[in-house]
Design a protein around this ligand. Structure first.
Ligand SMILES: O=C(CO)COP(=O)(O)O
Length: 254
């Protein structure tokens, strides 16, 4: 059985003062309640130092929301994977649909980012997902398979076993529309079989998270699905009580 993982994607939200109480609230609640689940927050880069200062030694891991494909050099505004490691990050989100849509990131760039992250010892959380038009055209599996295969093609050996995949249907992000558990499970199973085709170990080990309007009231039924190993949470990760309730649902489903 894969351990459940719940990751908060803060997106471009936060302030030092708000983060302090949010992080303290999450850490405080994590120790309570029964069961086990892994939890992390992916914060805007300027707040990584605050995470390193306040979360070191706690059960809450932290990470970033993007990474450069380059190792270092004249790339103004970019952040290298080694810099994220320097700040104690365990995770980095790559290929979030907001970056694909607003920054024109291609499948190939996303794959290079995943590789850069792995080379620095980080776990990339590779986001895939279809738009509403693509779903209505019956293209969901084709789209997510293409997005994931670009990453798998670039990774050698057992590197594919060290990624996390997040299925985030674009039409469900920030809209309050969630994929039904059955709809999500169908795509997760498809992604799982793609990973298994790469290697049995990748199929077995890689966590596939669901993201898109996951909330305390729908988390349990989503995470009860065989191939849903946790969540990538946007809006509900900004309130300690909601985030903790989702982590509790993960613990119960573990
Ligand atoms: O994009 C998401 C997480 O990466 C999901 O965001 P919401 O949970 O706000 O829909």
């Amino acid at each position: 059985m894969r351990p459940k993982l719940v990751v908060g994607n803060w997106k471009m939200n936060g302030s030092r003062a708000n983060n302090a109480s949010l992080l303290a609230g999450i850490v405080d609640g994590l120790g309570k309640g029964k069961g086990k689940a892994q939890a992390a927050v992916c914060v805007p880069a300027p707040y990584l130092q605050q995470c390193a200062d306040t979360l070191a030694g706690s059960e809450l891991a932290w990470g970033a929301q993007d990474v450069s494909v380059h190792a270092s050099g004249a790339y103004t505004g970019e952040v290298a994977a080694s810099m994220l490691t320097d700040f104690g990050c365990r995770y980095v989100i790559v290929g979030h649909s907001e970056r694909r849509a607003y920054h024109g990131e291609t499948d190939q760039q996303v794959a290079q980012k995943a590789l850069a992250a792995l080379n620095a010892g980080l776990t990339p959380i590779v986001c895939v997902g279809e738009t509403l038009d693509q779903r209505e055209a019956g293209q969901t599996n084709v789209v997510v398979n293409k997005q994931l295969s670009a990453v798998l093609e670039l990774l050698d050996g057992d590197a594919a076993t060290r990624i996390v995949v997040a299925y985030e249907p674009v039409w469900a992000i920030g809209t309050g529309k969630t994929a039904t558990p059955a709809m999500a499970q169908e795509v997760h199973a498809e992604l799982r079989s793609q990973l298994r085709a790469r290697s049995l170990e990748a199929g077995e080990k890689v966590a596939i998270l669901y993201g898109g309007s996951m909330k305390p009231d729908n988390a349990a039924e989503l995470m009860a699905q065989a191939d849903i190993d946790g969540g990538l949470i946007g809006g509900a990760a900004l309130k300690a009580a909601d985030f903790l309730a989702i982590i509790d649902a993960a613990k119960a489903a573990a």
